[in-house]
Each structure stands twice: as structure tokens, then as C-alpha cells.
Design a protein around this ligand. Sequence first.
Ligand code: HXC
Length: 519
Amino acid sequence: MSTQDKIKKLTDLRAEAKLGGGLKRIDTQHSKGKYTARERIEMLLDEGSFEEYDMFVSHRCTNFGVDKKKFLGDGVVTGQGTIDGRVVYVFSQDFTVFGGSLSETYAQKICKVMDMALKNGAPIIGINDSGGARIQEGVTALAGYAEIFERNIMASGVVPQISAIFGPCAGGAVYSPALTDFVMMTKKTSYMFVTGPKVVKTVTGEVVTDEQLGGANIHGSKSGVSHFIVDDEKEGLLLTRKLISYLPQNNLEEPPIAPCDDPIDRLDANLNEIIPDNPNKPYDVKDVIHSIADYGEFLEVHRNYAQNIVVGYARFNGVAVGIVANQPNYLAGVLDINASRKAARFVRFCDAFNIPLVTLVDVPGFLPGTAQEYGGIISHGAKLLFAYGEATVPKITVIMRKSYGGAYCVMSSKHLRGDINYSWPTGEIAVMGPKGAIEVLQNKKIRAIEDEQERAEYIAKKEEEYKDKFANPYSAAQFGYIDDVIEPRNTRFRIIRALQALATKKDVMPPKKHTNIPL
Ligand code: HXC
């Protein structure tokens, strides 16, 4: 064979590999409103940056005659490229080949890029669209999944891992995305479940659709498995690029600093008006976030799940931070099981990847009641407490209004190694709100007053006394628990200055194998 023929063979093989399962199956993929594995990679990465590996791999299985059915690449496209010039490793499952199902060799391809990502300290992005373990392969496919899981675990806290779910993701296959840092799902075309509707019907008799059991809306709002819900794949891939822009390449680096010409001393007089005079009136904490962050930009994580707490990424003078904020607009910003789990995971991710934390506090406490107690609010609330307490990144706290009880301690207080703790003049720091406090302290006296009007007046008087004592930030400031009381309109500037002061912060945990966070 001449050199020219050899080169032609290479070109032909590449063309064959690029067709995956063939034109007909590509058309079917498109007809479902889905892109192919390679089209997705093209949209995700900087133009022309993709370096593909293992294009010529094919499976080794001989069961059920599949040795006669081989496709170059074997159902997954793997390689490396850049996002805004920064290296990322990618695998993209190809539904046109055996329904994207995972074989032994397919798993080896994924493991190879995961190993490379870990060695070179770069993020891993997995695009999932697969029928799960390739049935014909048997245990080698299961072993392949477990090899991937192990690498997900090794990479956890070392390089960021992002999973985009753009099709089916079922059975044990869901556990790889679940082990990663962020899961994103497309509406209508993706689903995740441990067992599908048919098995559910057989085992429990329950009749559900794919969408009801494990669609994007369910995992984005009810289970919390998915951090982002997107309308379509294009939106998802652009969002992935945006998310990456806030993250460092690995746990030994800092997030990139973005150029910023939003003035650091930009004041917002509206913030001085945002806290209503009536303490029971809500406001939207996202208005505060948009007001203080660079260009008002905020990338919210878990937007539809546990909306009583808001988490996400923003920048201050170009420095990426993780924001955790109680949301008075939803359940009065109370901390419950889901909010605690959501925020704890976010705080731990930020801490693992050197992303400073800015905490905005307006919290009436933990949600009381049997539903929460039976669900284990004690353990789940402790997760958030634990996450803040172990975090060694710069921690800046701004108490905007209520900061009551255990929730005061939890929300990045000075006592959990909070670095710079501010309060607005509207801060209220107390063991509990006035109503509850007077109920406990004055119970006997209140019951002894028979006249209703007299009783109401007595309660109001006592509540007023309590408010005078505690509905302010100064009793906490008196003990140094609050470093300064700041005007709301200055918040952006004060946070930026605090971040500058903390840029060289060094804090460590005592040596140990690992912590034992209350899971
Ligand atoms: C081999 C598979 C496959 C699989 C799909 N295909 N899943 N081949 N192993 N797991 C093949 C189909 O035979 C078909 O091939 C082609 O892919 C497209 O599949 P269709 O069924 O035609 O597509 P669609 O109607 O869109 O349905 C997609 C699907 C369905 C919902 C994913 O294929 C399905 O239910 N697959 C099985 C899912 C499953 O139960 N997987 C095992 C999960 S347990 P042809 O040639 O006919 O077109 C698991 C364990 C992991 O994964 C454990 C880890 C620890």
C-alpha cells in the first residue's frame, strides 16, 4: 500500500468514525430534538480546539453475535479541548451506537480521559445520553461503570466535574453523575432514575411516566439531584461554559480573575430602603445580590430547589465568589432540610476549590415541626453547620435583618471561623424572634391575665422591650461578633475590600484522614 493509500485509509476511517451509528440513526437523534455526541462537543468547546482520542477503539464482545456489529469509537467520543482558552477533558456518549450503552472498551475510554484530567489538573465534563450497561457485555460493562465511579471519587475535590444529562440515564449509571459536582438536565429530552417506570409498576404498582419519575423538573425542584434545568442542549452547553468561567482548573489553583470596570465604590441608595419597616414583610434577596455583584451578574445554582436559600456564583471586582443567601421571599428564608443540604453541598464545593464565600443573612431560624424532625433536620442542619465550620476559604458575612437562634451560629458566624462579619443597622441578632421569646419568658404571667385586651397590651409591651434589647446589631457588635455595622448602600465596596484583605488568608484543618460530616 502506498503512503497516499495509507493516508486515504486514515481519512476514510476518520470519516467512518465520525458517522457513529450511521446517518439514519443521526437523523433519528435529530428528530428527537437532540444533537449528536460530536455536535455537542463542538458547541461546548472553543472552535477547533477539540483533540479526540481513541477514535479507532471498538468493542471486544462476542456474545449474541455482536462481534459482527462494530462501530469505530464504540459509542463514546472522548478527548480534550478548551473553554475560553482553558483546558477541559470531555466525554460525550453517542446514542446512535448501541443506544449509547456502555461496554468494557467504552468505559476504558472514559477512564482514560478522567485519568488525564486528574493528572493534568483540568475539569471533566461528561455528556450523558445512554441506555446504560450494554446488555450483551454482562459483567464487564458493570465493572466499567464501577471503574468510572472510582475515578469520580478520586477526582472529587481535585478537579471540577460537570455532568450534562441530554438523554436517558438510568439504573446504576445515574451514580456517576451523582458523584460529580454539578448535574444539568434538559427539559423533556432527559431523565434519570434508578429503575424505570416499568419496574416501578411491577414492584410497587405505581404508574408513572419517565417525566414524572425522573424528568428535569422533578430533579431540579423536588429531589435536588439536578443543579440546573435548561430548555435545550444549546442553552445547557453555553451554561456549562459560563459555569467553568467561575471555577479554578483544580484544587491547587484559584478561580480566574475577570477584567472588571464596574466601579468598586458603586453605591446603591436603593439598598438603604430595601428592608421593610415591618419585620414580617418579605423582600427578594436576589435584588440585593444583583445590586452588589459585578454588572449585576449572578449564576444561580439549584434555582428551583429549596428556594428559601439562594446559592450561586458572582464576581466582586473580577474575583469569583460563592454566594449563600437566605431568601425572605420564600418561606420567610427559614432553614429546613432541603435548604440545609443544598447550601452545605455548595459551601463544601466552594471550599474545596478555593472560592471565597459571601453569606447574606436574613433567617428566622430552623423550621419547626414533626415533618422536619422526622425527616432528620437535626442531622441535615448539622451538615450546613459542619460545612461552614470546616471551610477555610475567605468567609464574609453580611447580616441584613433576622439572625435568630441556631441559624445565627450556622450562617457563617464569627464562631465558625467567619473572617469578616458585617451587619446592616437593620440586623436583629437574638436567640429567637420577639413573639417566641415572650411566649417562653412570660408564659405564666400572660396566662394569669384574664382580660383579653389587657393581655394583648402586656404582650405587645414585652415584645417591644425585647425588640429594643435585641432587634439591633449592637449587642453582637459589643462582643466583637460583628466587625462593623455598615450602611447597606456601601455593601459592594465593603465586600470588595474584605476580599482584598483576605486574598492571602491561610487557614488549615488539623491533620486527619477525613472528617465525619453527618451524612
Ligand atoms: C445494548 C441497547 C441498550 C443496552 C439500548 N440499546 N439500550 N443495547 N444495551 N443497554 C440499543 C437498542 O437495542 C437499539 O438498538 C438502540 O440501542 C436504540 O434503542 P431504542 O430502544 O430503539 O431507543 P429508544 O426507543 O429511544 O429507547 C431508549 C431506551 C431503551 C429507553 C434507553 O433502549 C431502553 O430502555 N434501554 C435499556 C435501558 C436499561 O434498562 N439499561 C440497563 C440499565 S441498568 P437497535 O439496533 O435495535 O436499534 C444499568 C446498570 C448499570 O445500566 C450498573 C452500574 C453499576
